[in-house]
Ligand binder design. Structure first.
Ligand code: SF4
Ligand code: SF4
Length: 132
């Protein structure tokens, strides 16, 4: 199994620093890969990244919610969305996303749709060549 980063990720980068096997990478280019991604072949399921995420975006693969109910005000970030987000990451660096949607309280989102991207980034996306 592996852990999975979902579209609640706003590129804060905090998870990267605690991963003992360095298997979390920022998606690039951001317009095509707006989240951070976990290499499923390297993740050892230690769970250290989960409490580091300020947006609670990381789950064990078998616990990714198919019906995530929004508290209201959180963002999801997917390439098929068109909203703007500006913030800062763990290091105080600016984060700008153009592919977000602000969720309304009670809105239900299927976060399992984000699981394939974690695999794809490393099997056929930019993470594939980065691993060589
Ligand atoms: S800590 Fe959360 S928001 Fe930050 S990069 Fe990791 S998954 Fe994304
Ligand atoms: S569960 Fe552990 S090994 Fe897997 S991505 Fe998170 S910190 Fe890294």
């Amino acid at each position: 199994m592996t852990h999975i980063i979902t579209s609640l990720c706003l590129r804060d980068s905090g998870c990267v620093e605690v991963c003992p096997v360095e298997c979390i990478m920022p998606g690039k280019p951001v317009e095509e890969w707006p989240m951070f991604y976990i290499d499923p072949d390297t993740c050892i399921d230690c769970g250290a990244c989960v409490p580091e995420c300020p947006y609670a975006a990381i789950f064990p693969e078998d616990e990714v919610p198919a019906a995530y109910t929004a508290k209201g005000g959180e963002f999801i970030s997917r390439i098929d969305l068109v909203g703007d987000y500006e913030g800062t990451n763990h290091h105080g660096d600016k984060v700008v996303l153009k592919t977000v949607k602000k969720l309304a309280a009670g809105e239900v989102v299927d976060l399992t749709k984000d699981t394939p991207a974690n695999y794809d980034y490393f099997s056929k996306g930019p993470g594939y060549s980065a691993k060589d």
